[in-house]
Structure formats: C-alpha cells, structure tokens
Design a protein around this ligand. Structure first.
Ligand code: PMV
Length: 330
C-alpha cells in the first residue's frame, strides 16, 4: 500500500541554473476536495484529488536596477502598485524570494492561470505554488514539500484568513491526499476515477462559508458537531473505497456528503440543482466541492462516454463550464 508522507522533493519546476539572466518556470495544478471540506477546519480528515488538466504557470526573470513587476490576467505593473486582489501573489513572491535568500531581488514575474478563481478549485494556492517553484528554479533550488508548503500558506493566509492547509498540499501533489491537522499523506487509487467538475457560475467565498459554519456551530452545536462527525465518518469510508476501487459506493458517499454539507448551510439552490442533474444523468454520485455557497459541483462518472453525457447534462442544467478529469489507478 502506498501511504507515504509527503516529504520527498517537490517537482514541477524547471531548473535552468543559478545565472540571474535565465528565465525560470514553475507550474501547479488545480484541485478538488472530494470529501471532508469544512469538517477539516475542526480537525477531521479530508480527501483531495488533483485536477491535472487545469493549471497555473509562472515565469520569472531578474531585472537588476529596475523595480519588480508582475504581469498577469488581473494586473500588469509594478509590484508596489498591485491591487488588493494581487496581495496573496505579492506575499507568495516575497516569501519565496526570502526563503531562497534574495529578498530584495528585482524581478519580472509573469503568471498565466486557467483555473477560475473563487470556485473552490485551489486557484490562489496553485498560483502561489507556481510562483514559489519558479523563484526556486531561478535560484537553481528545488524546494522540499515542507518549505514549499510554508511559502504557499503565507500567500493563502492573505487570501483566505486561516486556511486549513489542504489546498496548499493538494495543488502541489500528483496523487490524491488524505489531509488532517496539517498532515498530508498520498493515498492509493484501486481503480481509475473519472470526475466531471461543473461550475455553478457563482463565486463562493470560502472565508464567508467557513465563518457561516462557525456561527452555526455556536448557535446549534449539537446539529453542527453531529454533521462534522458524520462528514469525518464518510471521509474515512470513502478513502477505503478509493483504495479498493469501489466507485459505486464512493459515488453514493459523495451524494450523502452533499446532503450533510447542505444541512450546515453551505449549499445553494444552484448547487443542489446541479447535483440533481448529475444524478439524473447517471452519475454514481455528486456533491459540492470546497467552501460552497457557489463554486463547483463534482460528479463521478462510470466511463469516458458517461462523463461526456454527464458534462452535457450539467451544461444543459445551467453550468456555464465543465471540466472532465481523471484520477489514475496507482
Ligand atoms: O473553497 P476551497 O476549495 O478553498 O476549500 C476550502 C475548504 C474548507 O474546508 C471549506 C476550508 C479550509 O480551509 O479547509
């Protein structure tokens, strides 16, 4: 059984030597939380899967004597003039430069990301990971997972307040991970899993969703703690299903988890509608993914053909975009 802790070196950066004149690149992929969102904030386990088809790229070069600049879809200009929305990127860049021993370096950072933001797909963590990997590659360094994680959490704290840390691990790891109380472990996959991700078209604020659950826990502790315990139980059972390759049961647990998440107020009529549409179109199961209150729905398909039909059904039901992704058997 493959259950390694993630202490090996972090890949996905291109090292071209320490010459400051070189251009270096870093990459990271999106992620989806398959089970355990929200419960993970209270110390329960969660399971996240990589979305390899959706990625973020960073490119960095030294520009000695000229002030540092960022060029991205959101902003192009000097770092000092970057708007509030870029604050996580700036924090990640600064943390990466400090960690690699050159805090005052003057650089040009270019970012390209295909990951939509505020959809629960780990966009901010993936961009920060790509930036950290590019900075490290530029210094001819390969960051170990723990160092990379610390840099990305610096950016994530600016983006989301007090993130559990699951995104920072999930976007940097090629395998599904079980995450609990700051620790991430890769888990084996018994049989190939095909997921369709459907965008609800609505932004979801993870910070607001987390705050909403906290308020509910204060006002209705019995109900909320019961839901958190149930989510933890579903997650542990689902990890066993992923390992054994039982996608029928796995799908049923996804639908159960969605109902529990809805009971703590993080679903919306749009997300519920997409889950219903996925089930009617033959999905093994479906649920919201990530913080909720917007964002995306994740549905488990039986085959590539079934995934195509599922994606079409979800778009017909109102999803502006869908992505199909595979988690390969290990
Ligand atoms: O919305 P996302 O994908 O960033 O996921 C957040 C997951 C939560 O459990 C809701 C919050 C957290 O920090 O773990």
């Amino acid at each position: 059984m493959h259950n390694s802790s993630l202490s090996n070196q972090s890949a996905a950066s291109t090292v071209r030597g320490a010459d400051p004149g070189t251009v270096a690149h870093g990459h990271a992929h999106a992620k989806a939380i398959l089970f355990g969102e929200h419960a993970v904030v209270y110390g329960s386990p969660a399971l996240a899967v990589p979305l390899h088809g959706l990625g973020a790229q960073a490119e960095i070069r030294a520009t000695p004597g000229r002030e540092s600049r960022i060029e991205s879809q959101l902003f192009a200009g000097p770092v000092r003039a970057a708007p509030e929305a870029m604050a996580p990127v700036v924090a990640g860049l600064q943390a990466a430069l400090e960690t690699t021993g050159d805090p005052d370096a003057e650089v040009l950072l270019r970012i390209r990301s295909a990951i939509p933001h505020s959809r629960g797909l780990g966009s901010s963590a993936a961009v920060a990971t790509a930036v950290a990997r590019a900075v490290a590659a530029h210094r001819a360094r390969v960051l170990d997972h723990a160092t990379l994680h610390t840099i990305v959490q610096t950016a994530e704290t600016v983006a989301h307040g007090r993130p559990s840390g699951i995104d920072a691990w999930a976007v940097a790891t090629h395998l599904p991970i079980r995450f609990q109380a700051g620790q991430a472990n890769a888990i084996d996959v018994g049989d190939r899993l095909i997921f369709v991700v459907a965008d609800s078209g609505h932004h979801g604020s993870t910070a607001e969703a987390v705050a909403g659950v906290r308020e509910l826990r204060d006002s209705q502790p019995g109900h909320t703690n019961g839901a958190i315990a149930r989510l933890a139980e579903i997650t542990e059972d689902a990890i066993a299903d992923v390992r054994s390759g039982d996608r029928v049961t796995l799908g049923q647990r996804m639908t159960q988890a969605h109902a529990v998440l809805a009971s703590i107020g993080v679903s919306t009529p749009t997300l519920d509608g997409l889950v219903e549409a996925a089930l009617s179109a033959g999905a093994h199961g479906a649920k919201l993914t990530g913080g909720g209150r917007g964002g995306c729905v994740l549905a488990l398909a039986d085959s590539d053909e079934a995934a195509e039909a599922l994606a079409l059904a979800l778009r017909t039901a109102g999803a502006p975009r869908t992505w199909t992704t595979e988690v390969s058997a290990t």
